[in-house]
Design a protein around this ligand. Structure first.
Ligand code: S6P
Length: 602
């Protein structure tokens, strides 16, 4: 990839928009033409590809095919939503804003509600934001993909959060407009308009919402969206669904989908907060300017491709040696570390020990609904003390440790941690956010820098401090860096084929369908044959029984929870015609899945 031209032509950047580009797939599931060779790219090239891919979020609308982040309609809807939030903040007694989603979408609901509740508390105002994540609080830190398929669970959790409320602004987040958990909640809101105003956030056009029947339900995600579109005309429901382009790793909505969710909701809530606290009117221009600050955040972050590349290389090397990557963070940036780490298991089939996050203050700082989750198992130990007790004694040179902090965090504490880690390994790096001209902080920072092998220093202009958006910008910037580190490291480990994750877990309907499609694409076999191979790999048999073939997808995905390497196995079976045992032994000999299947595909 050396010498690749990063100044892509407009046609390459917009290729995915063409009507005949993967026409059967919604935008969120398409493969991005920009990253089709990411599996063979150098660390630097991976970073540059992610940069171009992220920049697609802010591409201008061309024609009428897709609404974009900066489209007029999106900005107008954000203003309307902001006005509803303003009303709730001014009269919080019996009203609230509830954000809900599955996986990353639920984690961002948590992050955003925590941040904005804190902002209200600092102004001595009542907190109005709540979050729901499918699978409950354990899903904040671990992969819980199955509850995504359960609309009743969605409704139950919504009713619980809203008990006694007379006015609820419900924000359902589903990047792919696909999660039945969220569809169920939206349907419930539509049935109770006297209390609930539903808002849908996602990144496909409405007609691409999932139209697959949901078990025991009369609605699909698509039919719910249609009802919302009707009500949107009279502002009784709101749809915020710009397209941000296909993900760098196909379907990995934790990346752009997550970033865009954060941007949209923060813009709306910040406008509402400014309106209540400083009487700043909610205007089109204000919303637009705020959106553009996020565009600048991308530019500031990616202006240091070499620094990010160093981190990707270090993390990639650790994973290649079957060692670990640790994020040690402070404040809300640590939360981004916890979130990024938790996503590696569903995205890359990683073990929870491969990439782990730790937060200063542990659950006290997290302040989640259910409080400490440590009793649920070792992966729920998230405090710096846990790192010091459980991880530090066994740390080696091949582990990568990343400190994530800002100039407002306690530099003495960061320094102490750096020294403790440095005693065990030189492979210590830092992501450090500072404000322009902050010389006092930079003196202490010099000492920490000396202990680190590399420091990615991101400097924010003083204006960001003034406009109060600094925290949000630093968070997005950290998200981009960590997404690049964990994605890049797994690419370098050989987990990706072209720009597809082959070893995906098949633990809900969306992933089951994605797996079947992927098998079709890579083997060029008909759908029926691919599904048959997938089932053989799930049930670990050469001959499927009638009971297996007649079971529904939920049964398959439940069973798949305990099976590993399902899709690679199915692929090897399809490509070679081997028995299950033969295919399994082949994969054992060549654990790098890309290599294991490559010989039949290149
Ligand atoms: C995707 C991530 C998943 C999704 C979840 C919800 O990278 O691993 O956990 O967040 O499936 O998806 P959606 O489309 O409903 O937001």
């Amino acid at each position: 990839m050396a010498g690749l031209d990063w100044t892509y032509g407009v046609s390459t950047l917009r290729q995915w928009e063409s009507a005949d580009y993967e026409p059967s797939l919604p935008v969120s599931e398409k493969s991005n033409p920009l990253t089709c060779d990411i599996d063979r790219a150098s660390a630097y090239s991976i970073v540059k590809m992610l940069q171009v891919c992220d920049s697609q979020m802010f591409q201008k609308e061309a024609g009428t095919t897709y609404q974009r982040l900066l489209s007029d309609q999106v900005l107008k809807t954000l203003m309307e939503v902001a006005k509803r939030v303003e009303v709730i903040i001014k009269d919080p007694q019996e009203s609230c804003v509830v954000m809900s989603g599955c996986g990353t979408s639920g984690r961002l609901a948590f992050l955003i509600s925590s941040g904005f509740n804190k902002a209200l508390s600092q102004l001595n105002q009542s907190e109005v934001y709540s979050y729901i994540i499918a699978g409950g609080d354990r899903a904040l830190l671990s992969s819980q993909e199955a509850p995504e398929d359960d609309p009743r669970l969605g409704v139950l959790s919504l009713k619980k959060v809203c008990e006694g409320k007379k006015r609820v602004l419900f924000i359902g987040i589903s990047c792919g407009l696909s999660a039945p958990f969220v569809a169920g909640q939206l349907d419930f809101c539509l049935q109770h308009p006297e209390v609930y105003t539903p808002v849908l956030v996602g990144f496909n056009p409405a007609h691409q919402a999932r139209d697959e029947p949901i078990q025991d339900c009369t609605f699909t995600f698509h039919s719910v969206v249609q009802r919302m579109q009707e009500l949107a005309k009279s502002q009784k429901a709101f749809l915020i669904n710009p397209a941000v382009g296909p993900e760098a790793i196909s379907g990995s909505s934790r990346m752009k989908g997550g970033s865009a969710t954060k941007i949209l909701l923060e813009v709306a809530f910040s406008a509402a907060h400014a309106a209540t606290s400083s009487n700043t009117p909610i205007t089109h221009n204000g919303v637009l300017q705020h959106m553009m600050e996020y565009e600048r955040t991308l530019a500031v972050t990616y202006s240091q491709p070499d620094g990010i590349t160093t981190l990707v290389e270090a993390a990639g090397e650790s994973l290649r040696c079957s060692r670990h990557v640790y994020y040690l963070g402070w404040g809300s940036l640590a939360l981004l570390g916890l979130i990024d780490a938790s996503e590696c298991s569903p995205t890359f089939g990683a073990d929870y020990e491969d990439v782990r996050g730790f937060i200063r203050g542990g659950y006290r700082e997290l302040n989640n609904n259910d409080g400490p989750l440590t009793s649920l198992g070792p992966k729920f130990s998230i405090a710096h003390e846990d790192f010091l007790h459980l991880i530090l004694p066994c740390l080696t040179d091949t582990d990568t440790v990343l400190l994530i902090y800002t100039h407002s965090d306690d530099a003495t504490e960061v320094g102490n941690m750096a020294r403790r880690v440095r005693e065990k390994t030189p492979n210590l790096h830092a992501v450090y956010h500072q404000a322009d001209g902050d010389t006092a902080a930079s003196l202490q920072q010099d000492d920490i820098k000396k202990l680190c092998l590399s420091t990615l220093k991101i400097t924010w202009p003083q204006e960001a401090l003034v406009s109060g958006t600094l925290q949000h910008m630093r968070e997005l910037s950290t998200k981009l860096v960590l997404n690049a580190v964990s994605t890049g490291a797994h690419v370098l480990k050989g987990k990706i084929y072209q720009n597809h994750m082959i070893d995906l877990q098949v633990t809900n309907t969306k992933l089951y369908r994605r797996a079947t499609r992927l098998l079709q694409k890579l083997s060029t076999c008909p759908e029926e044959k691919c599904e048959e191979a997938l089932l053989k790999a799930i049930y670990r048999v050469d001959m499927l029984t009638l009971e297996m073939t007649s079971s529904d997808i939920t049964t398959h995905t439940c069973f798949a929870r305990n099976s590993t390497k399902v899709v690679p196995l199915a692929l090897v079976i399809l490509l070679t015609g081997w028995s299950l045992v033969e295919a399994e032994s082949h994969l054992k000999q060549q654990p790098i899945v890309r290599e294991a299947v490559a010989q039949w595909m290149w």
